[in-house]
Structures are given as C-alpha cells and as structure tokens.
Ligand binder design. Structure first.
Ligand SMILES: [Zn+2]
Length: 68
C-alpha cells in the first residue's frame, strides 16, 4: 500500500528536470500558478530546494499539445 506517498502530489509528473541550483536532474513538484481561459499554467519546483525549474501550460480544450 503506497497510496499515502502521493498525497501532496496530486498531479505529480514523473518528469525530472534540471535544476540549476542543485546542478542535477531532480524530481519536480507541480504548482498551479495561473488559471487562464485557455488553460492552467503550472510551475515546476525542484523537490529539493523548491526552486523554479520550469513552467507548463495545461490546456483545457485541446489536449495533445504539450509545451514543456
Ligand atoms: Zn534544486
């Protein structure tokens, strides 16, 4: 039973991104940044230092176009 491990990471992406502070690829947390008409903008935060390592737009209407 490992269901509790993801309680804070409802939309956790398995992606690892490069963190310039940690100087390595790190697991990221996804934080909702903006809610726009065309979609939600998320920020990825380093799981270790909580620094921003990137943003992503999740579009509501037209799935299939991921911008990383
Ligand atoms: Zn970091």
């Amino acid at each position: 039973m490992r269901t509790n491990q993801t309680k804070m990471f409802k939309e956790f992406d398995a992606t690892e991104l490069y963190c310039s502070r940690c100087k390595r690829s790190v697991p990221v947390r996804k934080r909702l940044l903006l809610i726009l008409q065309e979609g939600d903008k998320y920020e990825y935060l380093c799981a270790f230092c909580s620094g921003s390592v990137g943003t992503k737009m999740d579009r509501h209407e037209k799935p299939g176009k991921l911008i990383i």
